[in-house]
Ligand binder design. Sequence first.
Ligand code: SF4
Length: 351
Amino acid sequence: MDTGIRAELAVRGVRALAPVRRRGGAGPSDDGHLRVGGRQTALPMCGDSPFEVVGGRLIREGRPLDVEVEAVGRPRFYDLETADGVPFHHIARLHGANVLATTVVQTCIRYRSEASRCRFCTIEESLRSGATVQVKRPDQLAEVAEAAVRLDGVRQLVMTSGTSNGPDRGIGYLARCVRAVRAAVPGLPIQVQCEPPRDLAVLAELHDAGATALGIHVESLDEGVRRRWTPGKAEVGISGYEAAWREAVRVFGPNRVSTYLLVGLGEDPDALVEGARRLVDMGVYPFVVPYRPQVGSLAERDGVTPPSAEVLEDVTRRVADALRAKGMRGADQEAGCAACGACSALASAGG
Ligand code: SF4
């Protein structure tokens, strides 16, 4: 699909029916999950969007576009529950068309006060609403993953987590979860997402447990932007992230490590693209995603709006060029957001 249309869809959303959708949490909460032009895509569901889906086709202000759209159906594993009565969809959710995603620990030390919370995040809101449980046990994750693969053709698992107080940032527990899932579904690629641990040696534990890929998400490479948007996480400087990325690439290999870069936090677009190029040179995939207001977040409360589609398109095209020049395709990561691609326009631009 044309990158300009994809970028506009990402920030202006669409009017469509989407049975796979959720409120609050990490990642693309509030988005509907669709196949757009055959590609799995997560889009805001906006009643005032110029885009609409009619008869399986995308329409922009009454003008049909040559793009087919199909809603992702409710997966069968959502109807199951664990032996102790926890619905499977409280443990993990379907993202895109074939990604299972879970927030292993649904609380975060950064979320406790407005002074340290990431301004775009709603990780504990879904817990408050009763849509999930606070801690997912390894055996529960294994049970859900097995069913999601068998019943719904899930191809990869993304494990994110709120940040814990421990020096390992909860990585020991995440490694136990990876081992349990790999024992139940040996061929399922898994990406783990975490903050840089104080002792970088624990990253190898995740690899040894069977994780395929790693996401260490910085959101912005501008320290001023980070202090405003992610004040708690900004206590770890960019140099701390760089050290973690380098060790992760050493352990997992090039193009098996990724980070989110959010467009629309106030960072200069040229500086953002330059930073993304440096990441690509390190073997780290910069997953470029527009900031979007999540209901219940501090930024939404303050009325912060998404970036323009033009800026998103420009940044996406330039970062995709850098990725192509290095032969780094998101799909090659096998697991994780870059492999899924639903939340970014990068795949449409060839990244
Ligand atoms: S890109 Fe990541 S957060 Fe977005 S739908 Fe895919 S797995 Fe989920």
